[in-house]
Every structure is written in C-alpha cells, then in structure tokens.
Design a binder for this molecule. Structure first.
Ligand code: DC
Length: 223
C-alpha cells in the first residue's frame, strides 16, 4: 500500500511540481501544489490594487476570497487549475509580478493560517501528493511519507533558464540565479514555518539526478 499522504517539500525550482505530478499520476492520487494558493492571494491583491506591504488587507484576502485548486481542465502544460472566485487564473499566477511579491505574502501569519487550514483539510482526505515548503513540518506533520527535494541554487537557476529558453523566450542566467537566491533567503529566514526539512523527511539531492531518477527514487519509497 502506498503512503496515504505524501508531503513533498523543498526550495523554489527544485523540480517538486514536475516530479510530484508524475508520482500523483502513477499512484492515481490528487496532485496538490500548495504554492499556487499563495500565488492566487498575491495575484488577487495586485489585481485589487492592495499594497503588498498592507499585512491586514492581504490577510483578509486569504481569509475571505474563495480559492479553488482542481485537476487540470486543459492540456496546456498546467499541473492544476487555479480558480479565484470561480475565474481561471492559472497562468496569471506565474507572472513575474507575482514571483516578485509572493514570498512577502507567504510570510504573513494571517495568510499562512488561512491557507494552511484549507490545505490540511484536503491533505487529510488522503490519496494526495502535496507539494510546498512546510507540508511535512506544519501542514501535515503526520504524513506517512515526507520528502525534501533539494538542489543547489545554481542548478535550479540553470533549470529555470533552460525552461524559459525552451519556450523561445529570452532569459538572463545571472538575473535568474539572483532571484532564486533572494527567494531562498526570504523563504528560509522567515519567522513562520521557514523552509526546512522535517526531522523524519527523506532528503533527496537532485543536483546529480535527472527527473526520471528522482521519480524512480520516490516511487521506490512508495512501494
Ligand atoms: O512553489 P512556489 O514557487 O509556487 O511557491 C510560491 C511561494 O509560496 C514561495 O515564496 C514559497 C511560498 N510557499 C509557502 O510558503 N508554503 C507552501 N506550502 C508553499 C509555498
């Protein structure tokens, strides 16, 4: 029997979503990328002209605006649909202005409490691969399998760079590396639920592993 709930945490661009959705498919589990909820709150705040520095107003959005994460309705590269007030905002959550502000939003206590509660409810239903930063430490500490997928900042920036170039767009490696480092810093030094592996997490360093090898390793842990 595979583990009921799989918690998959790690830094930005470590490949969690790619491998997480493959594992979920292979097991017939729901894939739930919790980062999209923080992105949905950030996008909604920007859209409404709410100052990101206004903790109270941003937290109110997390508490009151209905966010839904569902299996993908289109085969356009998305791992899931992200809906805010029933409107599909999946690709808007990937915009650079969201990237630039989401770490600040994710550091607010009111935001974390509101979103963690919703995530926990979904996670406890089981048959789910949950991807995030604090799933094994805070959201579902009782998860039967906890994985921390790590990779160096240089390797993660390289993957992001190749992904953008692969889409035919322009990219600057040094700039991407700088952004990856800045997000790592904010995510791992914040007071609330900082990014770190749970004590009983299996740590996988993907610097020297390709996506298939990471997938096989995780499937091996699920057997
Ligand atoms: O995985 P991602 O890049 O989509 O995450 C977006 C932001 O949300 C990132 O700054 C970390 C934060 N996050 C978090 O604090 N806790 C989670 N469970 C998931 C994401």
């Amino acid at each position: 029997m595979p583990p009921k709930t799989i918690a998959l945490d790690g830094p930005a661009a470590s490949g969690k979503s790619t491998v997480g959705s493959r594992v979920a498919d292979a097991l017939g589990y729901l894939f739930f990328d919790t980062g999209v909820m923080y992105r949905a709150v950030t996008w909604t705040a920007l859209q409404r002209g709410v100052e990101i520095s206004d903790e109270k107003a941003v937290s109110k959005i997390a508490e009151e605006v209905p966010i839904d994460v569902r299996p993908p309705s289109q085969a356009d590269g998305r791992a899931c649909d992200v809906l805010v007030e029933k409107k599909d905002i999946t690709w808007q959550t990937r915009r650079p202005e969201v990237d630039a502000n989401v770490s600040a939003v994710a550091a607010y206590a009111g935001v974390r409490t509101a979103l963690s509660e919703q995530q926990r409810r979904i996670g406890l239903r089981g048959q789910v691969v949950m991807v995030g930063r604090d799933i094994g430490t805070v959201v579902i500490p009782e998860a039967e399998l906890k994985i921390y997928l790590d990779a160096s900042a240089e390797e993660r920036a390289k993957r992001r760079y190749e992904e953008i170039i692969g889409r035919g767009e322009e990219a600057d490696y040094a700039e991407i590396l700088d952004k990856v480092r800045k997000r790592d810093h904010v995510d791992s030094t914040r007071d609330l639920s900082p990014l770190r592996p749970a004590e009983d997490a299996v740590i996988i360093d993907s610097d020297s592993l390709d996506a298939n090898q990471v997938f096989e390793k995780i499937m091996g842990l699920c057997a």
